[in-house]
Design a protein around this ligand. Structure first.
Ligand code: HEM
Length: 452
């Protein structure tokens, strides 16, 4: 271990400058693979040869917990990852730093209360039915890209449940704008010296166009709910947009803030769930006996509340969990250390960038046996909850976690109950591309046949 990286004291092992330079193409092409390689070569706490900010990868179960939970107050979100994302989302709940987050979370939290989430069951059922008839409308047995259906269904659910809006007509445009905008965000996050947003580079032009589409969707969502007045019809104030508009009337948020929250929820609640669902179906297509088990379980379930619904489908939930373990959509969680800290005996200076990754922790051999295998059964018994972090952990844990389980489990069950998915002959799981979420390269192209 060297003493210094260009004047920054080295406090943990890690790749040296020449090794990192050799991996430059890999870092650009697949940063997750680079993190895996660094972890496997250098260990659980690594320092990269980057002086400003000093940059660490933490992948010990104790270290990750310290950053996200036990000493979370020492870590904020002022990192390149969240700065890049905020080009699209502005200062919404996901990217907000601590003070703003404290103001916003109480405004938004009621939209996710358990009782409210029971209403998600019929909304998800409608989206699943529509998706089923769309898939069945394609020629039976022909190859179809399941990923595209998942993206549109997930958007439909967010639109109806959180915004009280039917986004299905504009689903393709909004989905395309989201994916395009996020792709630009990723390109910027991978190249720290990107030109500012105002410079008309090809990437910035695409970003501007995508933002126009998203902003137009936001305007029409806000317009459609503005007429709901909580004083005259309080029973109708239920969804996220209603809560935000009510907070605006009290002076707790302005219109720009509302825009940022709506875009945040389109982004955070849409592609994440769709990715998890696409990978789930892909893994089930690769494991027909497990797919049959999901289909059997779906036939017997009829719960009307979230608790009863999920409790009746433990195997389907285990499949969803195992997919989130292998392909955690939010594969990167970064923080900036406010004050100096010490992680597993390594000094972390104030201002350091600390990188953690659910994808890496979910492969830790001290925690998970046979970590590469698709084995949903591991989630049927007790499992290491503290090291299963697809939704993050601690105060900034995902607000949409329960939402994602209801939607994920119900859509998986509905699809497998009616259809049987298989890869075309000679094909298997797609390669993965770690963009903002872990995306299947080229989609998930499967044959879908009606179950007998
Ligand atoms: C499988 C699906 C999902 C995954 C894997 C996921 C993952 C995550 C993770 C890892 C975080 C924490 C980020 C951090 O600590 O830096 C997070 C936060 C967040 N997620 Fe999710 N998410 C999912 C679904 C959803 C849904 C459905 C919604 C909304 C409907 C949502 C909205 C949010 C928001 C607003 C935050 C910020 C919460 C806060 O800081 O208070 N997510 N998500």
């Amino acid at each position: 271990m060297p003493d210094h990286f260009l004047g920054t004291p080295a406090t943990a092992p890690g790749p040296l400058g020449p090794e990192m330079l050799k991996d430059f193409a890999l870092i650009r092409r697949n940063p997750l693979e680079f993190l895996f390689k660094s972890w496997r070569t250098h260990g659980d706490v690594i320092q990269f040869p980057i002086p400003k900010p000093p940059t660490y990868l933490v992948n010990s179960p104790t270290g990750v917990r310290q950053v996200l939970v036990n000493n979370a107050k020492n870590y904020d979100k002022l990192t390149i990852q969240y700065r890049a994302l905020s080009l699209v989302t502005g200062n919404g709940l996901l990217t907000a730093n601590t003070d703003l987050w404290r103001e916003r979370r109480p405004i938004i939290q009621p939209a996710f209360h358990q009782k409210v989430l029971d209403n998600l069951i019929p909304v998800t059922r409608r989206a699943a039915d529509r998706m089923l008839s769309d898939i069945e409308g394609e020629v039976a047995g022909s190859v179809t890209d399941i990923d595209q259906f998942m993206l549109n269904a997930a958007l439909e659910v967010v639109g109806e449940f959180l915004f009280g809006s039917d986004l299905s007509e504009d689903a393709n445009a909004i989905t395309a704008a989201t994916l395009e905008a996020l792709e630009i965000v990723i390109k910027r996050a991978r190249v720290p010296l990107s030109p500012p947003k105002a410079v008309p580079t090809p990437g910035n032009r695409v970003l501007k166009r995508s933002l126009r589409t998203l902003d137009a969707a936001v305007s029409s969502i806000v317009k459609s709910r503005e007429s709901v007045n909580p004083k005259t019809n309080p029973q109708e104030v239920s969804n996220l947009v209603d809560l935000l508009l009510a907070a605006r009337r009290d002076g707790r948020i302005d219109l720009d803030g509302i825009r940022d929250e709506i875009v945040t929820f389109i982004i955070a609640g849409h592609e994440t769930v769709a990715s998890a669902l696409s990978w789930s179906i892909a893994l089930l297509a690769a494991h027909p006996e497990k797919q049959n088990r999901v289909a059997e379980e779906a036939r017997g379930s009829s719960g009307q509340t979230i608790d009863s619904k999920i409790a009746q489908m433990p195997y389907t939930q285990a499949v969803f969990n195992e997919t989130l373990r292998l392909y955690p959509p939010a594969w990167l969680i970064t923080r900036k250390a406010i004050d100096a800290d010490c992680i597993d005996g390594h000094d972390i200076p104030a201002g350091a960038l600390v990188i953690t990754s659910p994808a890496l922790l979910h492969q830790h051999p001290d925690i998970w046996s046979d970590p590469d295998a698709f084995n949903p059964e591991r989630f049927l018994d007790s499992y290491p909850r503290e090291s299963f972090i697809p939704f993050g952990a601690g105060l900034r844990q995902c607000i949409g976690k329960d939402f994602a389980y209801v939607e994920g489990v119900m859509i998986l069950a509905s699809l497998c109950e009616r259809l049987e998915f298989a890869f075309p002959a000679g094909e298997g799981l797609p390669a993965s591309d770690p963009l903002v979420t872990i995306r299947p390269v080229g989609g998930v192209k499967l044959r879908a046949n009606r179950r007998s």
